[in-house]
Design a protein around this ligand. Structure first.
Ligand code: 5GP
Ligand code: MG
Length: 191
């Protein structure tokens, strides 16, 4: 059955990762994560908000080990413009990380600075294990040496929205990932 809004959801944006491909990647990543983590140990999933919202929700529903979820707010973009400083807006020091198996999640790896900053803070709290997972990795130079253990796929170095990713807090609800051309971003479109 077609969703009632199948046509309108296309939005006229160039699709970078289709809904079906997102589903396939999430299933594959969850199988890789399950292979590396015992079924009887708690996996502490720490997801970067708000971008990892959809990815988190879909990924954990494939996993069968006990799971605890934490949401950490971070900010590195204003609209489509990258800020120079990554901000981890929550107090990682207050999280119960010591001795836990931690999985950091983000939707997209760009410079790598956000995950690297979070990884440093988590790593300092003595986790039993620490791995990182991104759905998308942009084909570009990294300014950090962070290499996620789990990567869905590489995408071109363009600004994308959908599947949790925003521009001005919009577009997150698209079930696919699409390029947002600069002219569409500057119009501040409401969808
Ligand atoms: P990094 O710190 O790796 O440069 O950037 C990662 C963060 O920047 C992500 O958490 C995401 O919120 C944001 N980001 C990076 N690239 C894009 C993009 O193409 N589109 C959107 N909407 N956000 C992005
Ligand atoms: Mg954003």
């Amino acid at each position: 059955m077609q969703p009632h809004n199948a046509g309108r959801r296309q939005q006229g944006l160039p699709v970078v990762v289709s809904e079906a491909e997102v589903r396939e990647m999430v299933a594959r990543l969850s199988a890789e994560i399950a292979r590396d983590h015992p079924d009887d140990e708690v996996l502490y999933v720490v997801a970067i908000m708000k971008g990892a919202l959809m990815f988190l929700a879909d990924l954990v529903r494939h996993l069968t080990m006990p799971i605890e979820i934490e949401l950490v707010n971070a900010r590195s973009y204003q609209g489509t413009q990258r800020q120079s400083e990554v901000e981890i807006l929550d107090d990682v020091a207050s999280l119960p990380i010591a001795g836990r198996h931690v999985l950091l999640l983000d939707c997209v790896l760009d410079s790598g600075e956000t995950l690297a900053a979070l990884r440093r803070q988590v790593s300092a709290r003595a986790p039993a294990s620490l791995k990182t997972c991104v759905l998308l990795s942009k084909a570009r130079e990294r300014t950090t040496d962070l290499r996620p253990e789990y990567v869905g796929r590489t995408i071109p170095d363009v600004f994308v929205v959908g599947y949790g990713l925003d521009c001005g807090n919009r577009w997150r609800h698209l079930p696919y990932v699409a390029q947002l051309p600069p002219d569409r971003a500057s119009k501040g479109e409401a969808r």
